[in-house]
Design a protein. Structure first.
Length: 405
């Protein structure tokens, strides 16, 4: 059935206040499975809007229809491009259209469609966007790899090492066990080594981080190096003196410095990069999290500890154990171990009173609301308040929902 359709890229333009904050988009593509069921004559699921709606939404949720699909159009779940990382003022979708034999693109604004020139690369399909998450995940670079050379300059010296000289007595003893051919090869290699003279080698004596026109260093080594999601800040674990057991964590985001007697286990930062923290094991073999604001959170049982991150709003520190979530060190919610939530799937309200979770292609809100098969979920800030916003396809309606965070 798919081969009978041609892709149509469809642009929908609409305005919204606020700047969108990245959120988890690890919802399974259940909708695409429903399309396959329809092709085989199966009964549609609630995502097609024909079966009873299992969603439960309270009065604080608003719904607006952005677009009504024509009868000869179908939403292409496997190829649609929906990127809400930066804003909600423009999105692109691919529809499957029976009546067209060639690719056509349209704009949709104020309820009207009009043909437009297709964007470059439309024929290559959609590329997978980076996984979004409930926290601002830093990107780690290989501290001694190629990519880090964009940000680090190494200072080095050239040294010489004399060719090793084998004592005559040792040489005679070795030759006594050699065949004539091996002895000839050995003597040849000795003559060639003598001709080459001293062996030259290079030693890195220092490393300087060059970031956005500013230098950080010189240090003797860089252990870990992270970039913020927008590449606008770095976080690095460095050693200033290899002879001393002292590790420092520095960042371009602030003058704050954290120290550790042994290498840190992890580094993470708040979404606005105003604060960062490290997860370490102390010399006394105790585990703890230390923040750049001077706060410390002991990890009593590292065997059940799963992750730590900053909340998307308010910069609250969240720690996730196998059976519980904590907000700034206080218990926020007991967690059902059998559900095996990923850290990216969990969102704690800034008051610490509720947890919203994404599981099995559905959002379970902290207040009991429930919604199946959203196409995309983000948190946006508008008028000093935060909101969940998500898209959903319901029958022929592409709807935009909004709910206070």
């Amino acid at each position: 059935m798919r081969k009978q359709y041609s892709p149509v890229i469809f642009f929908i333009l609409f305005a919204t206040a606020g700047h969108s904050q990245g959120l988890l988009n690890k919802l399974k593509n259940k909708a695409n499975q429903e399309v396959n069921k329809l092709e085989k004559g199966a009964t549609p699921s609630p995502s097609q809007g024909t079966a009873p709606n299992k969603n439960k939404l309270s009065a604080n949720v608003t719904r607006n229809i952005l677009l009504k699909l024509h009868e000869d159009e179908e939403f292409d779940y496997s190829e649609n491009c929906i990127d809400l990382n930066s804003s909600l003022d423009q999105m692109s979708f691919i529809l499957l259209k029976k009546s067209q034999s060639s690719i056509q693109c349209y704009s949709y604004q104020n309820g009207a469609r009009k043909p437009i020139a297709c964007p470059a690369g439309h024929d290559k399909g959609c590329t997978e966007t980076s996984i979004q998450c409930s926290y601002s995940k830093l990107k780690e670079l290989d501290a001694h790899g190629e990519e880090i050379k964009k940000y680090v300059t190494d200072q080095s010296t050239t040294n010489k090492l004399e060719q090793p000289v084998i004592p005559e007595e040792a040489k005679k003893m070795a030759e006594a066990y050699m065949t004539p051919a091996e002895k000839a090869e050995f003597e040849k290699s000795q003559k060639e080594a003598a001709k080459q003279g001293p062996i030259s080698y290079t030693t890195v004596t220092g490393r300087t981080i060059n970031f956005n026109g500013k230098n950080y260093g010189t240090v003797q080594d860089i252990i870990k190096f992270y970039l913020s999601p927008d590449n606008m800040n770095f976080y690095a674990e460095v050693r200033e003196d290899l002879k001393q057991s002292d590790y420092k964590i520095i960042t371009s985001a602030s003058p704050a410095v954290l120290k550790s007697a042994i290498p840190v286990l992890d580094i993470f930062a708040s979404p606005d990069n105003s604060e960062f923290a490290i997860y370490v094991m102390t010399m006394e073999q105790k585990y703890l999290i230390t923040t750049s604001k001077g706060k410390t959170f002991p990890i009593s049982d590292p065997r059940t500890f799963k992750a730590a991150w900053y909340s998307p709003t308010g910069n609250h520190l969240i720690t996730y154990f196998q059976n519980a979530l904590y907000l700034d060190g206080n218990l926020a919610k007991n967690v059902d171990e059998s559900k095996s939530y990923e850290p990216c799937d969990l969102f704690i309200g800034s008051d610490g009173k509720g947890v919203t979770a994404i599981k099995n292609s559905a959002i379970s809100f902290a207040d009991g609301d429930y919604f199946e098969y959203p196409l995309k979920v983000v948190i946006v800030n508008a008028g000093g308040k935060s909101y969940y916003k998500w898209l959903a396809l319901e029958g022929n309606d592409l709807a935009l929902y909004q709910k206070p965070y």
